[in-house]
Design a protein around this ligand. Structure first.
Ligand SMILES: O=C(O)CCC(=O)C(=O)O
Length: 245
């Protein structure tokens, strides 16, 4: 959907609970062209942060749920040079940019982007930054909020499944708020997860300047096709509640 048509968003996508890719909505963002790995490497010199130990989020969710404190600049430097290619690279993803321990680092980028103000009745929002290397991926999971994920640098492929397809995804609850699927969508093992063959995963690859609307409770996963920088917003509305299955 073209950003000039955002008045269609509420009736055609939000009200009908349908994901959509918005194009042209980031053209005015200062982030465009400015946010590169080297920009963040320089911005974040001196920042130490816990990073997921592995790029394999299935392993992270089910086996090795640990993080390691690393220099973010060193990590980004290695990503940019593809030094980490092929290894079990950590992930500077899901980083809240306005939490008490990160807000000082990210203050300079806060006005580099502006998500469309299309959801009424919002009771809260959260912004997260994702910088990862080629092949970086997340598990299939759902969120109890609406989301827009914006591609600022590189390319990322998302897969999406409607909420009711949990029955084909071998989902399980791994914390109070988090449900994930045990299926590796890029390489599903149908002998272990035969019902997955009935799931209707929709794949979309976001190019720079595109943002994906992910309605609450849609199952989704992402895989970076190159070094990728994304910013997303989670929007909380009073009607959502928690996922129950
Ligand atoms: O980019 C990723 O690895 C995951 C993004 C995601 O889960 C989201 O936008 O809600």
């Amino acid at each position: 959907m073209d950003a000039r048509l955002l008045e269609r968003f509420w009736p055609e996508f939000y009200a009908r609970n349908i994901p959509v890719v918005v194009t042209g909505g980031m053209d005015e963002w200062a982030a465009m062209g400015m946010w590169t790995p080297s920009y963040f490497r320089d911005l974040l010199v001196g920042m130490e942060h816990p990073l997921r130990e592995t790029d394999d989020e299935i392993e992270y969710a089910f086996v090795n749920h640990t993080k390691r404190v690393m220099s973010v600049s060193d990590y980004i430097d290695a990503l940019d040079k593809e030094l980490l290619e092929g290894s079990r690279q950590p992930y500077f993803g899901n980083i809240p940019i306005a939490s008490p321990d990160t807000t000082c680092w990210f203050a300079p980028i806060r006005d580099h982007f502006a998500f469309p103000d299309v959801l009424r009745d919002r009771v809260g929002e959260e912004l997260r930054l994702w910088i990862g290397g080629r092949g970086q991926r997340s598990t299939i999971h759902n969120d109890s909020n609406h989301g827009f994920n914006a591609q600022v640098y590189g390319r990322k492929t998302f897969v999406l499944f409607p909420p009711e397809e949990h029955q084909y995804l071998y989902t399980m609850r791994i914390s109070d708020d988090t449900w994930v699927s045990q299926v590796e969508w890029a390489d599903p093992d149908l002998s272990v997860h035969p019902e997955y063959s009935k799931a209707t995963g929709m794949e979309v690859t976001l190019e720079v300047g595109e943002m994906l609307y992910i309605p609450a409770f849609w199952w989704h996963s992402a895989r970076a096709e190159s070094v990728a920088i994304n910013i997303n917003i989670w929007i909380f509305t009073p009607d959502i509640g928690k996922w129950i299955q």
